[in-house]
Design a protein around this ligand. Sequence first.
Ligand code: ACO
Length: 315
Amino acid sequence: MSGSRIAALGHHQPARVLTNADLERMVDTNDTWIRQRTGIATRRIAGPDESVTDMVAAAAAKALAGSGLQPGELGMVVVATCSAIDRCPSIAAQVAARLGVPDAVCFDLNNGCAGFCTALATADHTIQAGAARHALVIGAEKMSDVTDWTDRSTCVLLGDGAGAAVLSTTEASGEIGPVVWGSDPARKDVVRLTDAWQPRFSQEGQAVFRWATSELPEAVELACHRAGLTTADLAGVVTHQANLRIIESLTRRLDLRADVVIARDVVDSGNTSAASVPIALSKLVERHELPSGGPVLLFSFGGGLSWAGQVVTCP
Ligand code: ACO
């Protein structure tokens, strides 16, 4: 049985930057509150003509170009999203058509903010099983479509974008570590999209905050253990970019090297749900801030409550 590795990454974010000062003019909020409670300074917001499919296609094209593969070599395209309005054809099928992928299994997957790491594991398992040699995995959201722009408790948090990874088969032992994933259905309603016809993001912020700061360290340690590592071996930590205070609470509780690279893209991008981990990872790799070949923890969590994560080898 072969394994898989991340061959290339790519990301796309809309051009429009929404600052805390902009939000001060829209709702009763202020820069100090937003920065102190969330760490967020800016987020990217797509225009009315920029769809989830457009953002996925842009990120996917960059990752595919970086991999050196031809579209015809892809055996799987999977898009993790919870905000896309299109149901059928799937976003994955639409993007496969745009990229000229002639014959791949294409589907969308919704596991809320945990979607990208869930999709990464699904693609890795598919490659391990010999059902595809190369896969395109994308996390993408247009959260601005499901944001109540009059609700200060949520509209300051969210942003849009897409991040993509090309996975390729490798004869060596896999570079995508065993996944740790699960859910707590008893708390399924603490993060939700309300109203199927006009969905709006809603959450019990403090409940998620308490859950994330108490439960995540153990799950992260388990992902490292399953990869045959400890947290002290990690070169990088790329967790869901929901709140800088959650990221800092988690990393304080882990035994990490002094030179470990911690993703803090939430400051610039806000919470982009299923897109947050691949965007943050792609940016760190693009800026050469992560050592090639180093072990990097990916871990995401959100609606469900669901979580998924794994240690990957940095391309
Ligand atoms: N500006 C100013 N004041 C505000 C704002 C705002 N934007 N939003 C809320 N407040 C006020 C509240 O009204 C409240 O006022 P009160 O004390 O007079 O009643 C006060 O600030 C405190 O509100 P809390 O909701 O208790 O603020 P908290 O410190 O919990 O921060 C936050 C809220 C940022 C949402 C935090 O709870 C959090 O990040 N939770 C985790 C969320 C998360 O990780 N979600 C991940 C899954 S969902 C996804 O990723 C898509």
